[in-house]
Design a protein around this ligand. Structure first.
Ligand SMILES: [Zn+2]
Length: 152
């Protein structure tokens, strides 16, 4: 990091601390030539996640949309909002960390289902039934039977 006073390229970090929101790291640096101090900030580089919809159109990932969908499945269940929010955080992070720059709504749906499965059975089945659009009663019953089996 070039010194703003003398242009020298070497500096040492003398203090490093997160900002209040923990979204940035503030570093105090000291120029190794002139000894003057200056501040730099480190932020996370976030590339937008692009979602490919069923009709092949693309749009930016919208976490509120996902949260709403998942909360809807949790209606009248005793699921705290924070738990679903946390699950959405995890999904977003997972998408952010994957090397794919584009994800399909299908992949997101699968992740959401996985998350709901751990939170609430009824919410999971509701979400899955909307999401997978069970073609017939049999495939729905199969899914239910599987859940019951796993919860034994
Ligand atoms: Zn300097």
């Amino acid at each position: 990091m070039k010194c703003p006073f003398c242009g020298f390229e070497e500096s040492k970090v003398i203090d490093s601390r997160p900002t209040d929101e923990y979204t940035r790291i503030r570093r105090r640096r000291e120029c190794m030539r002139c000894g003057k101090r200056f501040t730099t900030y480190e932020i996370i580089e976030s590339t937008p996640i692009i979602v490919i919809k069923k009709d092949n159109s693309r749009q930016a990932f919208d976490r509120n949309k996902l949260l709403n969908g998942m909360m809807k499945a949790c209606e009248k269940r005793q699921v705290p909002l924070e738990r679903v929010e946390k699950a959405v955080d995890d999904i977003e992070l997972q998408l952010q960390n994957s090397l794919e720059k584009e994800v399909t709504t299908l992949q997101i749906g699968e992740l959401a289902m996985e998350a709901l499965k751990k939170i609430d059975d009824v919410a999971y089945v509701r979400f899955a039934s909307v999401y997978r659009q069970f073609k017939d009663l049999n495939s729905f019953m199969q899914e239910l039977a599987q859940i019951l089996e796993e919860n034994k």
